[in-house]
Design a protein around this ligand. Sequence first.
Ligand code: BG6
Length: 492
Amino acid sequence: MSNAVYLLFGATGDLARRKLFPAFYALYREGKLSENFAVVGLARRARTNEQFRDDLLSSIREFARYDVSKDEQFNRFAEHFEYMSLDIHNVEGFRELKRLTDSLDEKFNVGGNRLFYLALAPELFGSVSYNIREGGLLEVDGWHRLVIEKPFGYDLPSAEKLNAELRQVFKEKDVYRIDHYLGKEMVQNIGVLRFANAFFEPLWNNKYIANIQITLSETVGVEDRGGYYDHSGALRDMAQNHMLQMLAIMAMESPSRLHPEDIRDEKVKVFRSLRGFQNAEEVRRHVVRGQYASGEAKGKPLAAYRSEPSVNPESTTETYFAAKVFVDNFRWAGVPFYIRTGKRLPVKTTEVVVEFKNVPNNVYLAQKHELEPNLLVFRINPMEGIYMKMNAKRPGSEGSVIPIAMDFCQSCQVGLNTPEAYERLLYDAARGDSTYFTRWDEVSLAWEFIDKIAEAWRESEGDLENYPAGSWGPDRAKALLAEDGFKWWPVN
Ligand code: BG6
């Protein structure tokens, strides 16, 4: 990993505590961060270096996948962390930040590289970038990169505006837009499974695949994020980014080389081929939106979305989204991609199911054996693995057919301590590998697709359905598949 000074804006926030500090620590423990680095924590609130390092320690104790076993090792690590209170609207503070950064660069022999990580509300990205430049922080010899978190805009026009602001300061190649799903082990594995095996690719098209189902279900509600979520909803929070990215990885062609731009080019082609909804009627037919009402899980009562903290009691924000989507190209013509996501569903899971078409002639039908379709399932999270369902002879029977499963559970392997998504992404950004970050054209095409849904929803609020918290969402999500003769396959 490159030497760098990491400037962490939003260092007292939740993301830093839950994800970023533990990621730095794991990279350090794995020897991926050399001793030539420094991290400057930045936020408005006053904090001494000692307090900041205490925060670091408690975050690592709580969330890191490595124990803080040796104090000495942690102390050596923590020496690289400093804190500075900064008013991000005041350029003078950035000049002072430059002085601090330069002195840390010298102390740790970094060599000029700067990685700016904005764990901040996106409204602030523009002015922070501007002040980074005005404060002289880019006037160094090494590289400089900007890492930003979603939501990247609220719709296409706001995303364009945000992007234009960033681009006044940073080049596209230096902007690393995080979609943490792309950092997940099994999401990265989809490409390998598809393109490094002989037996999937020949079947990977509309001749053999009946449909693809992508489920991102969560058991949690909005928790303490009501203020953000009520303006976002499942469509912007999950579908515009994580879901469409996973769809693109499932649908893309093989890149000719494993270069970041080649891979991203292939994803862009998928985004371009998404069939956009033409009018409100199409959206009504192909898209389901729901909001959780009160309900229960494991015998415990769960509050309705509208009574969650910081949520408008009359909110029409969706906490559930499902859609039937088509990719209009040669490979996928006619194959529905069913995608769904929701909060307060019964299981926390991310899964992709590929349902194959039936064999052309079922010779077992004479013995009254309907054949179950073959399934290939990518288990992304929290269980990681691959599952294949096929038909076989019931042992000992006279040719009776039963479905059997081949189940590879990666996460069950003892001693496997796979890196967290943020760890991988931080590592990639510092190495200058943008493969698993989203490029502007991907983001803008995704917004274009999503905006049509949002626009139709604005016109007709009547189709928002309630579902009991702890259930699988509105019944209409089942009908979406049933009308095509399919069903959602149970998730694990
Ligand atoms: C985030 C969303 O991007 O992803 C959250 O903002 C959601 O609302 C989270 O809970 C889910 O991520 P994961 O990794 O827990 O599946």
